[in-house]
Design a protein around this ligand. Structure first.
Ligand SMILES: N[C@@H](CCC(=O)N[C@@H](CS)C(=O)NCC(=O)O)C(=O)O
Length: 213
């Protein structure tokens, strides 16, 4: 399988980490949504990442659909989202809140990357920031209520993976630690996950020790 997209995207990264945890090998195409837009569009009409190309050439798009495919292949015993009941509902809710925080973070990044300074609209960025911090506050409450444990049940689930990929992305791309409230419960969860090889093998360039900024 071929995973398209850079690991600075929390959506790409949660797919990569999930494939690592499930033992599904993949080839990685480190394509940028900016400069490699046309190449990505050959596999995904939206030109977005992640895109997962299966061995028969079928291309799956959107991380939620890709994660659903991976869980389906793994079977209910190994699936990363609990298969039924309250654990499933809770995991899906945490994933939705974390995914929303990531979208609001991505919107803030795109405001500076894709839009010239004179076309930026501060009230829109402020709205995104408010939504992102409200989502993080909710995730922080969940993390603190489960301190030292996984977010759901007794083992790592997609809730932990998604929260970690999103928290790491927001910490690094937007430096939320420097500019906003701190989230010690999420930071502890992320530190625990990021120490695992399944996470560390899919790190974005900003983790590089020689990164200057
Ligand atoms: N809902 C999508 C969101 C993916 C997403 O926002 N990807 C960004 C990179 S982080 C992207 O492709 N941006 C380019 C664009 O939207 O044009 C998913 O979960 O896969």
């Amino acid at each position: 399988m071929i995973l398209i997209g850079m690991f600075d995207s929390p959506f790409v990264r949660r797919v990569a980490v999930s494939m690592n945890l499930l033992g599904v090998p993949f080839e990685h195409r480190n394509w940028s949504v900016g400069k490699d837009f046309e190449k990505i569009r050959q596999y995904n009409p939206l030109g977005r990442v992640p895109t997962l190309v299966l061995p028969d050439g079928e291309a799956l798009i959107d991380s939620a659909a890709i994660l659903d495919f991976l869980d389906d292949e793994a079977g209910p015993q190994r699936a990363l989202v609990p298969s039924t009941g309250k654990d499933r509902r809770d995991a899906l809710k945490i994933m939705a809140v974390a995914g929303g925080a990531a979208e609001k973070g991505v919107s803030q990044v795109y405001e500076t990357v894709f839009r010239p300074a004179e076309k930026r609209h501060e009230p829109w960025t402020e709205r995104c920031r408010t939504q992102m911090h409200a989502a993080l506050a909710e995730l922080e409450r969940a993390a603190q209520s489960r301190a030292g444990n996984w977010l759901i049940g007794t083992h790592m689930t997609q809730a932990d993976i998604t929260c970690t990929c999103v928290f790491t992305f927001l910490s690094e791309a937007l430096e939320i630690k420097r500019t906003g409230p701190t989230y010690p419960g999420l930071a502890a969860l992320a530190a625990r996950c990021e120490a695992l090889p399944e996470f560390s093998s899919s790190k974005a360039p900003w983790f590089s020790p020689d990164r200057k900024s």
